[in-house]
Design a protein around this ligand. Sequence first.
Ligand code: ADP
Length: 485
Amino acid sequence: LLSRLKDPTLLPAAGYVAGVWQTSAATGAQFTVTNPSTGAVLAELPDMGVAETHAAIAAAHAAQADWAAHTGKERAAVLRRLFDLMMANADDLAIIITAEMGKPLAEARGEVVYGAAYVEWFAEEAKRIYGDVMPGHQRDKRLLVLKQPVGVVGAITPWNFPNAMLARKMAPALAVGCAMVAKPAEQTPLSALALAVLAERAGLPAGLLSVIPGTDGPGIGREMCANPLMRKLTFTGSTEVGRILLRQGADQVMKMSMELGGNAPFIVFDDADLDAAVEGAMIAKFRNNGQTCVCANRIYVQAGVYDAFAAKLATAVAALTTGDGFAEGVALGPMIDADALAKVQAHVSDATALGAEVLTGGTASGGLFFPATVLKGATPAMRLAREETFGPVAPLFRFETVEEVIRLANETEFGLASYFYARDMARVWRVAEALDYGMVGINTGQISTETAPFGGVKQSGQGREGSRYGADDYLELKYLCLGGI
Ligand code: ADP
């Protein structure tokens, strides 16, 4: 991996704790990072845990007050430099993502640009954290609201977007004057460490950002929730782990932002432009090899266009090549690990046992690879109707009426992304309003952008990332009541 990089210093074999690059963990333990496409060892890292997290939180707390006292413009300048460095090093950052996570290089580069866009956006927002002046309730009173940073923030991130998921937490936190202690997923810590290298180069004061590589997620999570200097936790990952963190944080009434699982419906109505719907489904379903929380999980197609849509989608999907993300012409990478592969296989076998027909794909192709798959005849009894498959499997459900599909689409504890294709304007409005989801893609399969609020309702989470609302998650309101005027 090092030999592929223009700048090998982006890959330190160390954690970044309290402004210091530490090559060994307090326990002396190490862990390896491997390439899921080949199994090759990419790095040996110190396996950091509770001790390092504790030290990082103390340093973050010590550094935060002065950072908050910087002007917005001063903080913006550091973030702007970080954005420039991310773009200047985009090729290397993409190589690191492909190596540790597996996605095709072009898609990895897209992730770097996407992650950097959040840094640019919040660099701009840093200057615009406005308070309020409001009419008083008595003649001698003047009322004001200040927005102040919450303080030290813990971030726990997943492996599916090793760069962007951290970038979109770091950027708003640092922009408004918070400090951050981050724990990347154990499968993909290298991208997070590379971001820390660039943040340091951008001039971020020491201690404000720590990145703790380690395999003890539960221990690090407990320390983040129990340490009284920690004021907030922002987590992206499974609903299961999100619930654990919410429970743990309850003891000190910690502020929480949660980006959790989804079970996105993708609905094709009979008035849809079918070719556009196929194109949208390819993006919404197969982006990142189906391994995103906004990936379409259930594709509902109205009876009149069901067969035509199934045929067109199967043809398009059959043309997708799965393989090593560094190889030419590869559209889809591997599953992240054996558990992820086993889940996809289990969902497909369960569906076929219950009567689904495989139109393309359907059987694992060696290593951690699973081909892009389309299943016809999916029903609510199948596991893939209730659980997030998180892989390249597109199950097609048939429906008759608008009321029926709204009920089916909402029949889940999740509420992150949803998508539908229709042309009738009244239908577009009514369906958009009726879907119990934080995000609705209408005649598009691509909704994520730094300029819009990303987040879910129900058990998909709380809080929003990106857009002008995204800074709010890292700010407290302080009300000032001036009397005797
Ligand atoms: P995924 O299924 O995407 O791996 P997880 O929720 O298991 O989702 O993992 C997301 C992140 O949460 C990773 O960084 C992982 O190490 C971390 N994690 C896993 N278990 C815990 C836990 N009990 N407490 C805190 N973090 C955890």
